[in-house]
Design a binder for this molecule. Structure first.
Ligand code: AKG
Ligand code: FE2
Length: 350
């Protein structure tokens, strides 16, 4: 990476899609001018591509590494144990989702979704973790199994709150960048109606992708909520759709978290902020790797990622943000309750 002070662009730039690396340190610790400059970079990226990489985000590297280790250990448990933790309903959205159950898609036609699900299921499994203490919606913790399960539970409860803090902070930056009061979103983020999703894309035969060109690890979709914090390992495969309709690799950049805007934030901003489609396919070949796709035993490595889906408090009404419309008539969407909106979107995919 160039250290040239003139135009050192860090990040991904291809086919009109810009995913910059933004240094959050200045927002966290800088003076008002530095904070405002960083906030503007962040809101500009959300308006421009809807995707950015955040560095110096404040979550210690060791904590992220432990999250990945704990996740891998959980997915390595016997299937019968994982099934005991099964996901139940869209409203609760907590628990274990086996491979092939969720089919993320843009469609809301049940028949079309069923057809898609049958033809090329997403090759992944996940654990969904919600806010603790919600009446009637317990998280499905593995602490009932053994000491490792107790450790996982303790760690993830805390990691959920760590991610919540980053959510609050990034929304403050967005507020400042959009010339709102810095604390504008605080009353929307303090509840923590968010969803921590641990993802495992198991190792898979390369031949599966060769035989079915439409095979994906996670199908094309946009996220539903306000923003998503995405931690990825070094395997790769996440792609983001460019304005030209091409797929651009969101190559893993160590020690950064990918942050993207979701549909509800886009709607909230009267479409000024973009919620951009993305998907996960097989990892790109590594430099010097030979093409062994014809070897019937060749496999792509497993991939792990951790997504933290942020939502406005579920009891909040979401309507066009101040400054995003010129007149009442220019508001593109009717006001909608945050929890109802998210539940509606989840109901369409499971
Ligand atoms: O695994 C990834 O990199 C992305 C996952 C994703 O986009 C999602 O779960 O919504
Ligand atoms: Fe996503």
């Amino acid at each position: 990476m160039s250290s040239n002070a003139t135009a050192a662009f860090e990040g991904v730039e291809q086919d009109g899609l810009n995913m910059p690396v933004i240094d959050f340190l200045a927002f966290r610790t800088g003076d008002p001018v530095q904070r405002k400059a960083t906030a503007t970079q962040i809101s500009d990226a959300f308006k421009n591509s809807g995707f950015l990489y955040l560095k110096n985000h404040g979550i210690p590297r060791e904590q992220v590494q432990t999250a990945f280790n704990q996740s891998a250990k959980l997915f390595a448990r016997p299937q019968t144990q994982k099934d005991e933790l099964a996901w139940t309903t869209p409203r609760a959205n907590r628990g274990y989702v086996a491979s092939g159950r969720e089919k993320v898609t843009q469609s809301d036609d049940p028949e079309e979704i069923a057809k898609l699900r049958a033809s090329n299921p997403d090759l992944k499994e996940s654990i969904e973790i919600g806010r603790e203490g919600v009446e009637g919606m317990p998280n499905q913790w593995p602490d009932r199994f053994d000491e490792d399960g107790v450790e996982f539970t303790k760690f993830m409860k805390n990691f959920f709150l760590t991610c919540k803090d980053l959510h609050v902070n990034v929304m403050r930056a967005i507020a400042m960048g959009m010339d709102l009061e810095e604390d504008f979103f605080d009353g929307y983020t303090d509840g923590g109606d968010n969803n921590l999703r641990l993802l495992h894309y198991p190792a898979v035969k390369k031949s599966i992708f060769k035989e079915n060109p439409n095979q994906v690890r996670a199908g094309e979709h946009s996220d539903y909520g306000s923003i998503t914090l995405l931690f990825q390992d070094n395997i790769g495969g996440l792609e983001v759709k460019s304005p030209k309709g091409t797929w651009v690799r969101a190559t893993p950049i160590p020690d950064t978290v990918v942050i993207n805007a979701g549909d509800l934030l886009s709607r909230w901003s009267n479409d000024i902020i973009k919620s951009t489609n993305h998907r996960v396919i097989q990892p790109p070949p590594k430099a010097g790797e030979m093409d062994d796709a014809d070897d019937p035993d060749a496999t792509f490595s497993a991939r792990y990622s951790i997504a933290y889906f942020c939502n406005p408090n579920f009891d909040k009404l979401i309507e066009a943000l101040p400054g995003t419309f010129e007149s009442e008539a220019a508001k593109k969407y009717r006001a909608i309750n945050s929890g109802d909106y998210i539940e509606m979107r989840l109901t369409a995919t499971y």
